[in-house]
Structure formats: structure tokens, C-alpha cells
Design a protein around this ligand. Structure first.
Ligand SMILES: *Cc1c(COP(=O)(O)O)cnc(C)c1O
Length: 428
């Protein structure tokens, strides 16, 4: 028997998980817009409910369109399985729900998406889950934040909004010593630029709303199970190591081995908490993923050209883009994302807060909105918008001080984007 070669990333982006529709021959993955699925017979129904057979019951738990997206993202990230959910926040929430019990802690990077900081600081209090914050530029802060109640470490790979590259491999070593899983939010990098599991991450989460979908038209989230963590070693993760009464005393970590985490999120998290991805959104995101390699390369090339231009502009005080040779994260960028440092970066205006507002007002091609990862170029002034709820000190630690402007560079012509920035900087 000849060995099938492992397909390359671009091939997986187009094909992984998909085959012509068995019922109709449809080549594009159909949108299975149905809530429920008819059982073959009573025994089949019973085996599905008992987790003795894999199959579809109800779209809150599985759906064939979503399943193709799940298999594809798992393949692109190098994980064992994945779960599609309603949003990036749902992906984070289901992940923590499977790991933490009331009174538990997790260590979180201070350099995160503003929405994650809010979610962790405020809503997670209701569940008795406490974040312990650590600056990813100071690895000893991660060590120091770990206690016997720590159940996970959470970081972003390329961190929102500041163009920060986190030393995943070093933090994975800290997680291994503490015997807790490392969760990496890989939204801004996407697996095209960086695959956290290669560097020791155990779980990868995505806001598929951003680069995976890529066109600014559909919310979604994905959790990828790296298959690397031993859930039974210390019995500190009861959802995976305790018998489940509703599944005849099954221990998920024993029955499902290296994809038990993904199963737990599906048959307990999605089943009971309910943030299912709509099949239509799964289809839109799946279509986006097919061009992920092309788009991410163009995003990164454009972003580098624009960052270079801005760093020579008199109205710009500083540019924080790891792709720039002088940047403090450039060495980490060369190691973790040699193809490019992504679309999102920040820069500071000599004119401060007011100049930030004026720039946003005068840009024409850039859209002023709270998103990243669209084909279109986007701009926001974080201090007056996404990071407004944070204290002044938190704003600065999160890289969102008063003079900061964040851009998500699209896939238009770089020259047009540069011309738009130049006219708006002149007007501000
Ligand atoms: C947008 C975003 C999220 C939240 O995702 P939603 O799909 O908006 O819920 C989480 N992490 C990062 C890095 C994000 O950019």
C-alpha cells in the first residue's frame, strides 16, 4: 500500500472534512438547516442518546454543516477534534465551564481582547471563577500567579489590540510544570500564521467571526482539542474524570481518550448551556476558511507596508507592529509567525486623544467599527470605544492608552490604504 502524503495547509483549507453530499452529490457543503434528525430505528435512537454511536440528534449538539467546519479547523490547527459554537465568547465560556468549578482560579494574560477581560473580571464572578492576571512580557508573573486552585492558563498568540507576540512555548512549559492545560486564543493569528499546538498549547479557541470567516458577515467560535492533556492524571477536572450519571456512569476521559475534551464540551457544554452555531453561519465561515491562506498572506503583506509607511510619518509617534525589524516583538515574530505578523496593529499619534478621534472621523476607505478580520480595512480608537469600560491603568496595560489607534488592515490595494491614511492624518 502506498502512503497518502499529508496534504499541505492550502489543500486542507479547501478540502478537510468535506466530501460530495452523499444524498445529492452537491460539491459545496450544503447548509443542513434543520433542527432535528430522524433516527434509523429505536435501537439507533437509544445508542445515540447513550453515546454508544456517533450521529446527529439535534442541531444544538451536532449538525452536518457545522461538523465539516469543525473537522476542517481541527485539521488546520493540528488538533484531534473541534467544536463550532455561536461566538468567540461562547468558545471561551464553554472551555472554562469544562475546566473550572466554583472557587477555582485561572491565570490570564493582561494582553487580551477587551471583551475577554470584561468576561473574566465580571461575568465569571457569578460562577465563582477568578482570573489571576499576568503580563506575558514577564514570564515570572505567570509562575507567581499559579496557586493550588489554578486550573488553566489563558493567553492570546498575537494579542489584541497591541501587536504583541506571546512566547507560547515558554508559557506552555510553565503550564506543564503546574499540570494545567494551556488555552490559546488564536483569533488574530489564525492557524495559517501560527499553530499554537505545535508549541505546547492544549486547547485553542477562536472567534471565527474574525479571520476564519474573514468577511465580517457571521458570528461564530471554535474550540480545538489538542489531544495533549491527560485529564485522568490528577483527577482535578471532574467533568472529564468522574462518572457521568446521565451517560450510564461513563467517564468521558476514559471512553474518548485524546478527544475527550471536545466531547465533554459537546455533550455537556453545548447540551446544557446551548450556544450552538447556526448551520448558515457554519457555511459562511467554512466558505471563508477556503481562502484563509490567501487572505492572511495579503492581510500581513499589506499591514507590513502600511506599518512601514506610518513609522516614517511625522504625525505618528510610534507604531507597534511585530513585523517591523525594530519592533520589540520582532524576534518572537520571526520564531512564531515567519510568514507575517497579521493584520491588526496599533500606532500612537503625536496629537493624542483628540488626534485619534479626528483621524477616525476623516478616514474614508477605512470603516470605523468594533471588529477585526474583515476583508475591508477597519479602524478604531480603543480608549473611547472597546476599552472604555476599563480603568485608565487597565487601558494602558492592555495597550489601549489615549493616543492609540488600532487598525485591522484589509485585502484592498495597499497604495489606496496609504493614500487614505495620509489624507486623514493631514486633516487631523
Ligand atoms: C472578537 C474576539 C473574541 C470574541 O469573539 P466574538 O465572536 O465576538 O464573541 C475573543 N477573542 C478575540 C481575540 C477576539 O478578537
Amino acid at each position: 500500500m502506498s502512503e497518502t502524503p499529508v496534504p499541505g495547509f492550502s489543500t486542507l483549507a479547501v478540502h478537510a472534512g468535506a466530501k460530495p453530499d452523499p444524498a445529492t452529490g452537491a460539491r459545496a457543503t450544503p447548509i443542513y438547516q434543520t433542527t432535528s434528525f430522524v433516527f434509523d430505528d429505536v435501537d439507533h435512537a437509544a445508542s445515540l442518546f447513550g453515546l454508544q454511536a456517533f450521529g446527529n440528534i439535534y442541531t444544538r449538539i451536532t449538525n452536518p454543516t457545522t461538523a465539516v467546519l469543525e473537522e476542517r479547523v481541527a485539521a488546520l490547527e493540528g488538533g484531534t477534534a473541534a467544536l463550532g459554537v455561536a461566538s468567540g465568547h461562547a468558545a471561551e465560556f464553554l472551555t472554562f465551564h469544562a475546566l473550572l468549578t466554583p472557587g477555582d482560579e485561572f491565570v490570564a494574560s493582561t494582553k487580551l481582547y477587551g471583551g475577554s477581560i470584561n468576561q473574566f473580571n465580571h461575568s465569571y464572578k457569578n460562577f465563582g471563577w477568578t482570573p489571576k492576571w499576568a503580563d506575558p512580557d514577564d514570564l515570572s508573573a505567570f509562575e507567581a500567579a499559579i496557586s493550588p486552585r489554578t486550573k488553566a492558563i489563558f493567553i492570546e498568540s498575537i494579542a489584541n489590540p497591541g501587536g504583541v507576540i506571546v512566547d507560547i512555548e515558554a508559557i506552555a512549559k510553565i503550564a506543564k510544570r503546574a499540570r494545567v492545560p494551556l488555552i490559546v486564543d488564536n483569533t488574530l493569528a489564525s492557524p495559517y500564521l501560527l499553530k499554537p499546538i505545535d508549541y505546547g498549547a492544549d486547547i485553542v479557541v477562536h472567534s471565527a467571526t474574525k479571520f476564519l470567516g474573514g468577511h465580517g458577515n457571521s458570528l461564530g467560535g471554535v474550540v480545538v482539542d489538542g489531544g495533549t492533556f491527560d485529564w485522568l492524571a490528577d483527577k482535578r477536572y471532574p467533568m472529564l474524570s468522574e462518572p457521568r450519571p446521565e451517560y450510564n456512569g461513563m467517564v468521558l476521559g476514559e471512553t474518548f481518550g485524546n478527544f475527550a475534551f471536545a466531547i465533554a464540551l459537546r455533550v455537556l457544554g453545548l447540551r446544557d448551556l446551548g450556544p450552538a452555531l447556526s448551520p448558515f453561519n457554519a457555511f459562511m465561515i467554512l466558505t471563508g476558511v477556503e481562502t484563509l491562506p490567501l487572505r492572511m498572506q495579503k492581510h500581513s503583506d499589506n499591514a507590513l507596508a502600511i506599518a512601514e509607511h506610518l513609522s516614517n510619518h511625522p504625525a505618528v509617534k510610534w507604531v507597534s507592529y511585530p513585523g517591523l525589524p525594530g519592533d520589540r516583538y520582532h524576534q518572537l515574530a520571526k520564531k512564531y509567525c515567519p510568514k507575517g505578523a497579521g493584520a491588526v496593529f496599533t500606532f500612537g499619534l503625536t496629537g493624542g486623544y483628540d488626534a485619534g478621534l479626528a483621524l477616525v472621523k476623516n478616514l474614508k476607505l477605512f470603516s470605523h467599527l468594533a471588529n477585526v478580520g474583515d476583508t475591508r480595512s477597519l479602524v478604531i480608537h480603543p480608549a473611547s470605544t472597546t476599552h472604555k469600560q476599563l480603568s485608565d491603568a487597565q487601558k494602558v496595560t492592555a495597550g489601549a492608552g489615549p493616543d492609540v489607534v488600532r487598525v485591522s488592515i484589509g485585502i484592498e490595494d495597499a497604495a489606496d490604504l496609504i493614500a487614505d491614511l495620509d489624507q486623514a492624518l493631514a486633516a487631523s
